[in-house]
Design a protein around this ligand. Structure first.
Ligand code: NAD
Length: 388
Protein backbone atom coordinates (compact mmCIF):
# COMPACT_ATOMS: atom_id res chain seq x y z
CA UNK A 1 0.00 0.00 0.00
CA UNK A 2 1.22 3.51 -0.72
CA UNK A 3 2.23 5.63 2.24
CA UNK A 4 0.12 8.59 3.35
CA UNK A 5 1.98 11.84 4.15
CA UNK A 6 1.80 13.42 7.63
CA UNK A 7 -0.27 16.33 6.29
CA UNK A 8 -2.83 13.96 4.72
CA UNK A 9 -2.80 11.81 7.86
CA UNK A 10 -3.70 14.80 10.05
CA UNK A 11 -6.31 16.00 7.55
CA UNK A 12 -7.89 12.55 7.32
CA UNK A 13 -7.91 12.01 11.07
CA UNK A 14 -9.66 15.33 11.71
CA UNK A 15 -12.35 14.22 9.28
CA UNK A 16 -12.52 10.76 10.83
CA UNK A 17 -12.97 12.31 14.28
CA UNK A 18 -15.97 14.35 13.12
CA UNK A 19 -17.39 11.17 11.62
CA UNK A 20 -17.00 9.29 14.92
CA UNK A 21 -18.91 12.04 16.70
CA UNK A 22 -21.71 11.65 14.15
CA UNK A 23 -21.76 7.89 14.62
CA UNK A 24 -22.80 8.29 18.22
CA UNK A 25 -26.06 9.99 17.26
CA UNK A 26 -27.61 6.98 15.63
CA UNK A 27 -28.38 4.68 18.58
CA UNK A 28 -29.22 7.76 20.68
CA UNK A 29 -31.78 8.82 18.09
CA UNK A 30 -33.55 5.47 18.27
CA UNK A 31 -33.49 5.49 22.08
CA UNK A 32 -34.77 9.07 22.35
CA UNK A 33 -37.57 8.83 19.81
CA UNK A 34 -38.52 5.21 20.45
CA UNK A 35 -39.81 5.12 16.86
CA UNK A 36 -39.86 1.83 15.11
CA UNK A 37 -39.99 3.21 11.60
CA UNK A 38 -38.37 6.28 10.14
CA UNK A 39 -40.92 8.80 8.86
CA UNK A 40 -39.83 10.42 5.60
CA UNK A 41 -40.93 13.66 3.97
CA UNK A 42 -39.94 14.04 0.30
CA UNK A 43 -39.52 17.53 -1.17
CA UNK A 44 -39.32 17.91 -4.97
CA UNK A 45 -41.76 15.71 -6.90
CA UNK A 46 -40.01 15.82 -10.29
CA UNK A 47 -38.16 13.25 -12.42
CA UNK A 48 -35.86 11.77 -9.82
CA UNK A 49 -38.67 11.36 -7.28
CA UNK A 50 -40.18 8.78 -9.63
CA UNK A 51 -37.21 6.55 -8.78
CA UNK A 52 -36.73 7.49 -5.13
CA UNK A 53 -40.34 7.20 -3.90
CA UNK A 54 -40.98 3.63 -5.16
CA UNK A 55 -37.64 2.56 -3.65
CA UNK A 56 -38.52 4.18 -0.30
CA UNK A 57 -41.99 2.58 -0.37
CA UNK A 58 -40.52 -0.90 -0.56
CA UNK A 59 -37.96 -0.28 2.20
CA UNK A 60 -38.80 -1.91 5.51
CA UNK A 61 -39.37 0.32 8.51
CA UNK A 62 -39.22 3.44 6.35
CA UNK A 63 -42.53 5.21 5.86
CA UNK A 64 -43.15 8.08 3.41
CA UNK A 65 -45.61 10.32 5.28
CA UNK A 66 -45.58 13.55 3.24
CA UNK A 67 -44.69 15.06 -0.12
CA UNK A 68 -43.99 18.67 -1.02
CA UNK A 69 -43.42 20.59 -4.24
CA UNK A 70 -43.39 24.32 -4.89
CA UNK A 71 -45.77 23.46 -7.74
CA UNK A 72 -48.35 22.03 -5.38
CA UNK A 73 -50.24 20.15 -8.09
CA UNK A 74 -47.13 17.97 -8.60
CA UNK A 75 -47.10 17.04 -4.90
CA UNK A 76 -50.86 16.38 -5.03
CA UNK A 77 -50.68 14.07 -8.03
CA UNK A 78 -47.65 12.19 -6.65
CA UNK A 79 -49.46 11.80 -3.29
CA UNK A 80 -52.44 10.35 -5.16
CA UNK A 81 -50.28 8.05 -7.29
CA UNK A 82 -48.37 6.60 -4.32
CA UNK A 83 -51.17 6.73 -1.73
CA UNK A 84 -49.40 9.20 0.59
CA UNK A 85 -51.71 11.01 2.99
CA UNK A 86 -50.16 14.48 3.31
CA UNK A 87 -48.92 16.90 0.67
CA UNK A 88 -47.79 20.53 0.77
CA UNK A 89 -46.81 23.41 -1.52
CA UNK A 90 -44.14 24.96 0.72
CA UNK A 91 -41.39 23.62 2.99
CA UNK A 92 -42.62 25.74 5.94
CA UNK A 93 -46.03 24.04 5.75
CA UNK A 94 -44.35 20.66 5.41
CA UNK A 95 -42.13 21.23 8.46
CA UNK A 96 -45.11 22.53 10.45
CA UNK A 97 -47.41 19.75 9.22
CA UNK A 98 -47.46 16.03 9.92
CA UNK A 99 -44.35 14.89 11.81
CA UNK A 100 -41.39 13.28 10.06
CA UNK A 101 -37.77 12.44 10.90
CA UNK A 102 -35.90 12.52 7.57
CA UNK A 103 -36.22 15.11 4.80
CA UNK A 104 -35.37 13.75 1.35
CA UNK A 105 -34.50 16.75 -0.81
CA UNK A 106 -35.01 16.13 -4.55
CA UNK A 107 -35.46 19.74 -5.68
CA UNK A 108 -33.48 21.88 -8.18
CA UNK A 109 -29.75 21.97 -7.44
CA UNK A 110 -29.86 25.68 -6.52
CA UNK A 111 -32.60 25.09 -3.91
CA UNK A 112 -30.79 22.44 -1.87
CA UNK A 113 -28.77 24.65 0.49
CA UNK A 114 -31.59 26.82 1.87
CA UNK A 115 -34.11 23.95 2.09
CA UNK A 116 -31.58 21.71 3.88
CA UNK A 117 -30.89 24.59 6.29
CA UNK A 118 -34.61 24.92 7.15
CA UNK A 119 -34.88 21.20 7.79
CA UNK A 120 -31.76 21.06 9.98
CA UNK A 121 -32.98 24.12 11.90
CA UNK A 122 -36.19 22.18 12.51
CA UNK A 123 -34.04 19.25 13.79
CA UNK A 124 -34.76 16.89 10.92
CA UNK A 125 -32.22 14.52 9.42
CA UNK A 126 -31.49 15.25 5.76
CA UNK A 127 -30.71 13.21 2.68
CA UNK A 128 -30.03 15.67 -0.13
CA UNK A 129 -29.61 15.12 -3.83
CA UNK A 130 -26.33 16.61 -5.03
CA UNK A 131 -25.00 19.15 -4.38
CA UNK A 132 -25.79 19.45 -0.66
CA UNK A 133 -25.32 23.26 -0.89
CA UNK A 134 -24.45 25.98 -3.38
CA UNK A 135 -20.93 26.46 -2.00
CA UNK A 136 -18.42 24.55 0.10
CA UNK A 137 -18.74 27.15 2.90
CA UNK A 138 -22.55 26.82 2.94
CA UNK A 139 -22.21 23.02 3.03
CA UNK A 140 -19.68 23.13 5.86
CA UNK A 141 -22.01 25.43 7.85
CA UNK A 142 -24.87 22.97 7.30
CA UNK A 143 -22.76 20.15 8.71
CA UNK A 144 -21.73 22.25 11.73
CA UNK A 145 -25.38 23.07 12.41
CA UNK A 146 -26.35 19.40 12.00
CA UNK A 147 -23.71 18.49 14.60
CA UNK A 148 -25.03 21.16 16.98
CA UNK A 149 -28.64 20.05 16.45
CA UNK A 150 -27.71 16.37 16.75
CA UNK A 151 -29.16 15.43 13.39
CA UNK A 152 -27.57 13.69 10.44
CA UNK A 153 -26.79 15.10 7.02
CA UNK A 154 -25.98 13.04 3.93
CA UNK A 155 -25.80 13.78 0.22
CA UNK A 156 -25.92 11.91 -3.10
CA UNK A 157 -24.37 10.33 -5.05
CA UNK A 158 -24.17 6.88 -3.53
CA UNK A 159 -21.62 5.38 -5.96
CA UNK A 160 -19.36 4.40 -3.04
CA UNK A 161 -22.04 1.91 -1.96
CA UNK A 162 -21.74 -0.37 -5.00
CA UNK A 163 -20.03 -3.75 -4.55
CA UNK A 164 -17.83 -2.83 -7.52
CA UNK A 165 -16.57 0.27 -5.66
CA UNK A 166 -15.72 -1.88 -2.61
CA UNK A 167 -13.95 -4.42 -4.80
CA UNK A 168 -11.70 -1.83 -6.45
CA UNK A 169 -11.08 -0.04 -3.15
CA UNK A 170 -9.91 -3.26 -1.51
CA UNK A 171 -7.81 -4.14 -4.59
CA UNK A 172 -6.04 -0.79 -4.13
CA UNK A 173 -5.69 -1.07 -0.32
CA UNK A 174 -4.17 -4.56 -0.70
CA UNK A 175 -1.52 -3.06 -2.99
CA UNK A 176 -2.55 -5.21 -5.98
CA UNK A 177 -2.37 -2.28 -8.40
CA UNK A 178 1.20 -1.59 -7.29
CA UNK A 179 2.25 2.04 -7.37
CA UNK A 180 -0.67 4.06 -8.77
CA UNK A 181 0.10 6.98 -11.06
CA UNK A 182 -3.02 7.84 -13.04
CA UNK A 183 -6.78 7.52 -13.28
CA UNK A 184 -9.55 8.74 -15.54
CA UNK A 185 -13.35 8.92 -15.30
CA UNK A 186 -16.03 10.46 -17.51
CA UNK A 187 -19.76 10.96 -17.68
CA UNK A 188 -21.86 12.92 -20.15
CA UNK A 189 -24.91 12.92 -22.38
CA UNK A 190 -26.74 15.53 -24.45
CA UNK A 191 -28.27 17.17 -21.39
CA UNK A 192 -31.68 17.13 -19.69
CA UNK A 193 -34.50 19.00 -21.45
CA UNK A 194 -37.18 19.02 -18.72
CA UNK A 195 -35.87 21.72 -16.36
CA UNK A 196 -33.87 24.91 -16.89
CA UNK A 197 -32.02 24.78 -13.57
CA UNK A 198 -29.38 22.41 -14.99
CA UNK A 199 -28.16 25.31 -17.19
CA UNK A 200 -28.70 28.25 -14.83
CA UNK A 201 -26.15 29.75 -12.42
CA UNK A 202 -25.32 27.12 -9.80
CA UNK A 203 -26.05 24.31 -12.27
CA UNK A 204 -23.69 22.72 -14.79
CA UNK A 205 -22.40 19.38 -16.02
CA UNK A 206 -19.99 18.96 -13.09
CA UNK A 207 -22.45 19.15 -10.16
CA UNK A 208 -25.00 17.10 -12.13
CA UNK A 209 -22.84 14.48 -13.92
CA UNK A 210 -19.12 14.92 -13.17
CA UNK A 211 -19.98 14.64 -9.47
CA UNK A 212 -20.29 10.85 -9.92
CA UNK A 213 -16.79 10.58 -11.42
CA UNK A 214 -15.33 12.93 -8.79
CA UNK A 215 -16.92 10.91 -5.98
CA UNK A 216 -15.62 7.63 -7.41
CA UNK A 217 -12.04 8.78 -8.03
CA UNK A 218 -11.63 10.61 -4.71
CA UNK A 219 -13.29 7.67 -2.90
CA UNK A 220 -10.80 5.27 -4.49
CA UNK A 221 -7.64 7.38 -4.54
CA UNK A 222 -8.11 9.66 -1.53
CA UNK A 223 -8.54 13.40 -0.96
CA UNK A 224 -7.37 15.87 -3.57
CA UNK A 225 -4.65 18.40 -2.76
CA UNK A 226 -4.95 20.65 -5.78
CA UNK A 227 -6.98 21.13 -8.94
CA UNK A 228 -6.35 22.54 -12.41
CA UNK A 229 -9.35 22.77 -14.72
CA UNK A 230 -10.99 24.27 -17.77
CA UNK A 231 -14.70 24.64 -18.42
CA UNK A 232 -16.72 26.05 -21.29
CA UNK A 233 -20.21 26.58 -22.63
CA UNK A 234 -20.56 24.69 -25.91
CA UNK A 235 -24.32 25.04 -26.43
CA UNK A 236 -25.28 28.67 -25.77
CA UNK A 237 -29.05 28.19 -25.76
CA UNK A 238 -31.28 25.32 -24.67
CA UNK A 239 -34.94 24.56 -25.15
CA UNK A 240 -36.43 23.42 -21.84
CA UNK A 241 -39.89 22.13 -20.99
CA UNK A 242 -40.47 24.45 -18.03
CA UNK A 243 -38.98 27.76 -19.26
CA UNK A 244 -38.83 27.45 -23.05
CA UNK A 245 -35.64 28.71 -24.76
CA UNK A 246 -33.04 29.87 -22.21
CA UNK A 247 -29.52 31.29 -22.32
CA UNK A 248 -27.06 28.78 -20.81
CA UNK A 249 -25.23 30.36 -17.85
CA UNK A 250 -23.43 27.39 -16.24
CA UNK A 251 -20.62 25.38 -17.82
CA UNK A 252 -21.84 22.51 -19.99
CA UNK A 253 -18.37 21.08 -20.65
CA UNK A 254 -15.58 20.43 -18.10
CA UNK A 255 -12.04 19.00 -17.94
CA UNK A 256 -10.54 18.54 -14.48
CA UNK A 257 -7.04 17.48 -13.40
CA UNK A 258 -6.56 16.48 -9.76
CA UNK A 259 -3.49 15.84 -7.60
CA UNK A 260 -3.95 13.15 -4.93
CA UNK A 261 -1.39 11.69 -2.46
CA UNK A 262 1.99 10.28 -3.55
CA UNK A 263 2.02 11.89 -6.98
CA UNK A 264 -1.21 10.27 -8.19
CA UNK A 265 -2.85 12.39 -10.90
CA UNK A 266 -6.41 11.84 -12.06
CA UNK A 267 -8.64 13.29 -14.75
CA UNK A 268 -12.41 13.78 -14.96
CA UNK A 269 -14.42 15.00 -17.92
CA UNK A 270 -18.15 15.74 -18.00
CA UNK A 271 -20.47 17.42 -20.46
CA UNK A 272 -24.05 18.04 -21.54
CA UNK A 273 -22.87 17.72 -25.16
CA UNK A 274 -21.79 14.08 -25.51
CA UNK A 275 -23.69 11.78 -27.78
CA UNK A 276 -24.07 8.61 -25.74
CA UNK A 277 -26.04 5.75 -27.27
CA UNK A 278 -26.58 4.32 -23.77
CA UNK A 279 -27.74 7.62 -22.23
CA UNK A 280 -29.41 6.84 -18.89
CA UNK A 281 -28.74 3.12 -18.64
CA UNK A 282 -25.72 0.85 -18.41
CA UNK A 283 -27.16 -2.52 -19.40
CA UNK A 284 -25.66 -2.56 -22.92
CA UNK A 285 -22.74 -0.29 -22.05
CA UNK A 286 -19.69 -2.53 -22.30
CA UNK A 287 -17.07 0.22 -22.25
CA UNK A 288 -15.22 1.48 -19.17
CA UNK A 289 -16.01 4.89 -17.69
CA UNK A 290 -13.41 4.65 -14.90
CA UNK A 291 -9.80 3.48 -15.40
CA UNK A 292 -6.93 3.26 -12.92
CA UNK A 293 -3.34 2.55 -13.89
CA UNK A 294 -0.76 1.02 -11.52
CA UNK A 295 2.68 -0.53 -11.97
CA UNK A 296 1.27 -4.04 -11.36
CA UNK A 297 -2.21 -3.90 -12.90
CA UNK A 298 -4.84 -1.88 -14.71
CA UNK A 299 -8.46 -1.72 -13.55
CA UNK A 300 -11.47 -0.67 -15.66
CA UNK A 301 -14.97 -0.19 -14.26
CA UNK A 302 -17.38 -1.22 -17.03
CA UNK A 303 -20.69 0.64 -17.43
CA UNK A 304 -21.37 3.80 -15.42
CA UNK A 305 -20.01 4.04 -11.87
CA UNK A 306 -23.59 4.78 -10.71
CA UNK A 307 -24.81 1.64 -12.53
CA UNK A 308 -21.77 -0.63 -12.84
CA UNK A 309 -21.89 -3.90 -14.74
CA UNK A 310 -18.44 -5.30 -14.03
CA UNK A 311 -14.74 -4.74 -13.49
CA UNK A 312 -12.07 -5.67 -16.04
CA UNK A 313 -8.59 -6.35 -14.69
CA UNK A 314 -5.24 -7.10 -16.32
CA UNK A 315 -2.13 -7.70 -14.22
CA UNK A 316 1.57 -8.26 -14.89
CA UNK A 317 0.94 -11.96 -14.11
CA UNK A 318 -2.28 -12.31 -16.11
CA UNK A 319 -2.30 -10.20 -19.28
CA UNK A 320 -5.62 -11.56 -20.49
CA UNK A 321 -8.47 -9.30 -19.36
CA UNK A 322 -10.67 -10.93 -16.70
CA UNK A 323 -14.09 -9.61 -15.75
CA UNK A 324 -15.14 -9.55 -12.08
CA UNK A 325 -18.17 -8.37 -10.06
CA UNK A 326 -20.91 -8.68 -12.66
CA UNK A 327 -23.53 -8.86 -9.88
CA UNK A 328 -24.43 -5.50 -8.28
CA UNK A 329 -26.55 -7.26 -5.62
CA UNK A 330 -29.14 -4.85 -4.19
CA UNK A 331 -27.18 -1.71 -5.14
CA UNK A 332 -29.04 0.90 -7.21
CA UNK A 333 -28.22 4.60 -7.66
CA UNK A 334 -31.60 5.68 -6.21
CA UNK A 335 -31.16 3.82 -2.93
CA UNK A 336 -29.45 6.64 -0.94
CA UNK A 337 -32.48 7.87 1.02
CA UNK A 338 -33.63 4.31 1.79
CA UNK A 339 -30.12 3.45 2.91
CA UNK A 340 -29.88 6.33 5.39
CA UNK A 341 -33.44 5.62 6.61
CA UNK A 342 -32.24 2.11 7.45
CA UNK A 343 -29.09 3.56 8.99
CA UNK A 344 -31.14 5.75 11.36
CA UNK A 345 -32.94 2.57 12.40
CA UNK A 346 -29.97 0.30 12.87
CA UNK A 347 -27.32 2.74 14.01
CA UNK A 348 -24.98 1.37 11.31
CA UNK A 349 -23.21 4.21 9.55
CA UNK A 350 -23.49 3.87 5.74
CA UNK A 351 -20.37 4.10 3.56
CA UNK A 352 -21.66 7.31 1.96
CA UNK A 353 -20.15 10.14 3.95
CA UNK A 354 -20.98 13.85 4.15
CA UNK A 355 -17.35 14.95 4.51
CA UNK A 356 -16.59 13.12 1.28
CA UNK A 357 -19.53 14.93 -0.39
CA UNK A 358 -18.24 18.27 0.92
CA UNK A 359 -14.75 17.52 -0.39
CA UNK A 360 -16.23 16.89 -3.85
CA UNK A 361 -18.12 20.20 -3.54
CA UNK A 362 -14.84 21.95 -2.73
CA UNK A 363 -13.30 20.38 -5.86
CA UNK A 364 -16.17 21.73 -8.00
CA UNK A 365 -15.66 25.18 -6.51
CA UNK A 366 -11.92 24.92 -7.18
CA UNK A 367 -12.68 24.05 -10.82
CA UNK A 368 -14.57 27.34 -11.22
CA UNK A 369 -11.72 29.27 -9.59
CA UNK A 370 -9.12 27.57 -11.77
CA UNK A 371 -11.12 28.39 -14.91
CA UNK A 372 -11.76 32.01 -13.86
CA UNK A 373 -8.19 32.81 -12.78
CA UNK A 374 -6.10 30.37 -14.83
CA UNK A 375 -4.44 28.96 -11.70
CA UNK A 376 -3.80 25.72 -9.83
CA UNK A 377 -6.09 25.77 -6.74
CA UNK A 378 -5.11 24.11 -3.43
CA UNK A 379 -7.82 22.35 -1.38
CA UNK A 380 -8.32 22.42 2.38
CA UNK A 381 -10.83 19.67 3.19
CA UNK A 382 -10.45 15.93 3.71
CA UNK A 383 -12.58 12.90 4.55
CA UNK A 384 -12.09 9.53 6.24
CA UNK A 385 -10.06 7.52 3.71
CA UNK A 386 -10.35 4.71 2.72
CA UNK A 387 -14.14 4.67 2.81
CA UNK A 388 -14.18 0.88 2.57
N1 NAD B 1 -33.50 13.18 -13.18
C1 NAD B 1 -32.51 12.34 -12.92
O1 NAD B 1 -32.32 11.33 -13.62
C2 NAD B 1 -31.61 12.57 -11.73
C3 NAD B 1 -30.78 11.53 -11.32
C4 NAD B 1 -30.00 11.69 -10.20
C5 NAD B 1 -30.03 12.88 -9.52
N2 NAD B 1 -30.81 13.92 -9.93
C6 NAD B 1 -30.81 15.17 -9.14
O2 NAD B 1 -32.10 15.31 -8.54
C7 NAD B 1 -32.42 16.67 -8.38
C8 NAD B 1 -33.75 16.95 -9.07
O3 NAD B 1 -33.63 16.63 -10.43
P1 NAD B 1 -34.91 16.26 -11.32
O4 NAD B 1 -34.40 15.76 -12.60
O5 NAD B 1 -35.85 15.43 -10.53
O6 NAD B 1 -35.52 17.73 -11.53
P2 NAD B 1 -37.05 18.11 -11.77
O7 NAD B 1 -37.05 19.49 -12.31
O8 NAD B 1 -37.72 17.05 -12.56
O9 NAD B 1 -37.67 18.11 -10.30
C9 NAD B 1 -37.38 19.09 -9.32
C10 NAD B 1 -38.66 19.38 -8.57
O10 NAD B 1 -38.37 20.22 -7.44
C11 NAD B 1 -39.41 21.19 -7.32
N3 NAD B 1 -38.90 22.34 -6.56
C12 NAD B 1 -38.00 23.27 -6.94
N4 NAD B 1 -37.78 24.16 -5.95
C13 NAD B 1 -38.55 23.77 -4.91
C14 NAD B 1 -38.76 24.30 -3.60
N5 NAD B 1 -38.12 25.40 -3.17
N6 NAD B 1 -39.61 23.64 -2.78
C15 NAD B 1 -40.28 22.55 -3.21
N7 NAD B 1 -40.12 22.01 -4.44
C16 NAD B 1 -39.26 22.61 -5.29
C17 NAD B 1 -39.78 21.52 -8.76
O11 NAD B 1 -41.04 22.12 -8.86
C18 NAD B 1 -39.69 20.14 -9.41
O12 NAD B 1 -40.93 19.46 -9.37
C19 NAD B 1 -31.24 17.46 -8.95
O13 NAD B 1 -30.36 17.77 -7.91
C20 NAD B 1 -30.59 16.46 -9.92
O14 NAD B 1 -29.21 16.74 -10.09
C21 NAD B 1 -31.64 13.78 -11.01
Amino acid sequence: MQKISRQSFLQLNAAALASTVLNNYLPAFKKETGVDSIRVGVIGCGKVSQYYIPHLLKTEKVEVVSLCDIIESKAASAAKEYGIEHHYGHIDDMLGGTGFDLLVNLTDMQEHGHLNLKAINAKRHVWSEKPVANSFREGRDLLDLALTNKVKLWSAPVVVNSPQFSFISKFIQEGKLGKISAAHAHYGHRGPNWSAFFYEKGGGSLPDLGVYSLSTLTGLLGPVRSVVAMTSIVTKERKTENKGVIKVEAEDNAMVLMEHRDGILSHVQSSFNYFDPHSYRSSDHLLPTVSIWGTEAKVNLVGYDWDPIGIDIVTVDNRKTERFMTDSKDYTWEQGASLVGESLQSGNEPVVNIEHALHVLEIIEAVHQSQAQGIRVPLTSGFPYPLV
